[in-house]
Design a protein around this ligand. Structure first.
Ligand code: ADP
Length: 483
């Protein structure tokens, strides 16, 4: 299959049920590295979304009766095809999203891992027999697929955020209507093509592409046939979607924004901490929800950490993700560049110190220079808002208690990181951090094997691991009497 025809600049169809549907209305997918149009994609609306739901409901009724072993076999074939098409998928992703090709290849491997894992896991969707209150009864608990799932996904991980939802949904016996982000619909369409090629039945996956999310989004969050909405994106939109879902009491999974602290204690291995800092801050040009937003560094190692960090940041190479040696690609659009600049300006105005970067990169467009800003304090914008860009904002602290208070001083609770070699402090800090995920002497924590998700305003539910499959099942309890 030639997936690269998706990025040849032509008109691209959406997938509504079993139909690849072109439209008279299309929207441009733009390469954030140079502003060129990569493709024109069908602009679907509310009626198309309803048709996708009808198809999903129909296909889902048959799919839930397919054996777990057969579901696993088809998911494995999809996984194999995704792996075989790594280069094409990575290229499509870099063209529409901007991340360096090496990172895009990494995302294909990461995204594919969910398909493999949940295919295997579908065979372990077991129920229970519970002790009964008296001997004339037996209590059975079975797990059933929730039904039609709407997956609303972001542009920062155009592939993995789809497989992390669709693979467990399909593994559990559900069908899925995907609404990809308007900036990155091509990766979603490429994945769907591969799913069909793998033999996953038509109608189980639809991809409803659209230029403005409200019309399609309203249908997905209010139609009573959709039983679960799984969303990854901003906290603001997540709260709105939650309120929309209330009307028909849908199950929801919300992976929302973070404001990750990264604490470096006096006894940390500083080189390891700087490695972790670079990975957790500058991957995807700082556009991940688990990106460090606030570096909190203890007084004794503050200057040494800054020196090492600045040194490494100077070594980052900014440019088009298609160029081999590039480590930091463009931001997704001009608004993203403005946001980073506003955090830098606000910090400098309020007394922070600029050590490197601080402005648009000389390449212009959506490129921003990797930046380190020291002496950041809690009154600055970057302390309370997710920057979503290549700005390392560094705070100084004196005591462990002060670090924990600063770290938890946010409504978000997604990811946190800390570096120390003291084992008592490892446990104290781990237990005190109000976060769903914690990297201890580790800057990269995502894997299909672990439950990804946040607490507080960072969301509801978990993706990945066996917990990720539970999210797409309902328990049914049966009391067998008269025995
Ligand atoms: P970001 O700020 O990172 O772009 P968003 O939360 O705006 O994150 O977008 C994440 C996903 O949510 C995208 O697919 C986007 O189209 C979708 N989205 C945004 N607003 C709505 C809405 N009103 N209804 C449904 N989906 C929406």
């Amino acid at each position: 299959m030639n997936l690269l025809d998706l990025v040849s600049g032509g008109k691209v169809a959406a997938l509504i049920g079993s139909e690849w549907r072109l439209s008279v209305k299309n929207f441009d997918v733009v390469n954030p590295a140079n502003g060129e149009t990569v493709a024109q994609v069908a602009d679907m609306g509310a009626e198309d979304a309803r048709e996708a739901i009808v198809a999903a409901e129909r296909a889902g009724k048959a799919w839930r009766k397919v054996s777990a072993k057969e579901r696993a076999r088809l998911l494995k074939r999809w996984f194999d095809l995704v792996v075989v098409e790594t280069e094409a998928l990575a290229r499509i992703m870099t063209l529409e999203q901007g991340k360096p090709l090496a990172e895009a290849r990494g995302e294909v491997a990461y995204g594919a891992s969910f398909i493999e894992f949940f295919g295997e896991e579908s065979k372990r969707m077991a129920g229970e027999v519970l002790p009964a209150p008296d001997t004339s009864k037996r209590l059975l608990v079975t797990r059933e697929p929730v039904g039609v799932v709407a997956a609303i996904t972001p542009w920062n991980f155009p592939l993995a955020m789809i497989t992390r939802k669709c693979a467990p949904a399909l593994a559990a016996g559900c069908s899925v209507v995907i609404k990809p982000a308007e900036a990155t619909p091509l990766t979603a369409l490429a994945l769907a093509r591969l799913a069909l090629q793998a033999g996953i039945p038509e109608g189980l996956i639809s991809v409803v592409t659209c230029s403005s999310p409200a019309g399609v989004g309203d249908v997905l969050t209010t139609d009573s046939r959709v039983r679960k909405v799984s969303f990854t994106g901003s906290t603001e939109v997540g709260k709105y979607l939650l309120s929309q879902c209330a009307g028909t009491v849908k199950k929801t999974a919300m992976e929302l924004g973070g404001n990750a602290p990264f604490i470096v204690f006096n006894d940390a291995d500083l080189d390891a901490a700087v490695d972790g800092a670079i990975a957790s801050k500058f991957r995807n040009a700082g556009q991940t929800c688990v990106c460090t937003n606030r570096f909190l560094v203890q007084a004794d190692v503050y200057d040494a950490f800054l020196e090492k960090l600045v040194d490494r940041v100077r070594g980052l190479t900014v440019g088009s993700g298609l160029d081999n040696d590039v480590t930091v690609g463009p931001l997704i659009n001009a608004a993203a560049v403005e946001k980073v600049q506003s955090h830098v300006n606000d910090g400098l105005f309020k007394g922070a110190r600029l050590l490197v970067g601080g402005q648009a990169h000389e390449l212009g467009g959506n490129f921003f220079a990797p930046t380190v800003m020291a002496d950041v304090t809690a009154d600055m914008l970057v302390a309370s808002e997710e920057t979503f860009g290549p700005l390392a904002a560094v705070f100084r602290f004196e005591t462990e208690a002060e670090a924990l208070e600063l770290a938890n001083d946010t409504p978000s609770g997604l990811a946190a990181y800390f570096y120390t070699r003291d084992y008592g402090r490892v446990f104290r800090t781990l237990e005190a951090l109000e976060y769903g995920m914690v990297g201890v002497n580790e800057g990269l924590i995502s894997t299909e094997l672990a439950p990804f998700g946040g607490i507080k305003e960072s969301g509801l539910g978990r993706e990945g691991s066996h917990h990720g499959l539970d999210e797409f099942t309902e328990l049914k309890y049966a009391c067998l009497g008269g025995l």
